[in-house]
Design a protein around this ligand. Sequence first.
Ligand code: C2G
Length: 131
Amino acid sequence: EKVVLVAGTFDILHESHINMLRNARNLGERLIVMLSTDEFNAEKGKKSYQDYDTRKYVLEAVRYVDLVIPEQSWDDKALYVDMFDVDIFAMGDDWKGKFDFLKDQFPELKIMYFPRGKTSSSKIKEELGSL
Ligand code: C2G
């Protein structure tokens, strides 16, 4: 079966995240999500509203998601691609090209960049704040 891997923070899960997860899942039979830990987000200079456990709890309730694992560093991708024998790595195209380096190590790996949806967690936070 084809294993698909995606990575992200998935803070305040919204329809653009769902679209991406659904598109990724439809590329294969099993979808694994590498979820950024709070510590890794700090490294990315990103602050999430929801903590890791909450974001994991929400993602595990999504029908397209089969497994959620922690993303603690940039090199975790190669680790998990190997561990789970991943066939396809999928991201939104705001990351276009950023993970092509994985093909050096895994020539068979397919990398998909989906068009990014229009919703963003930061926009939601902003608009909620000005309600
Ligand atoms: N995404 C999307 N459309 C949006 C928002 C996000 O397609 N409107 C995609 C992003 O491109 C990413 C995934 O959904 O592939 C998760 O988005 P974020 O949670 O913002 O991920 P990010 O914090 O960019 O972390 O190692 C990669 C990083 O962990 C990605």
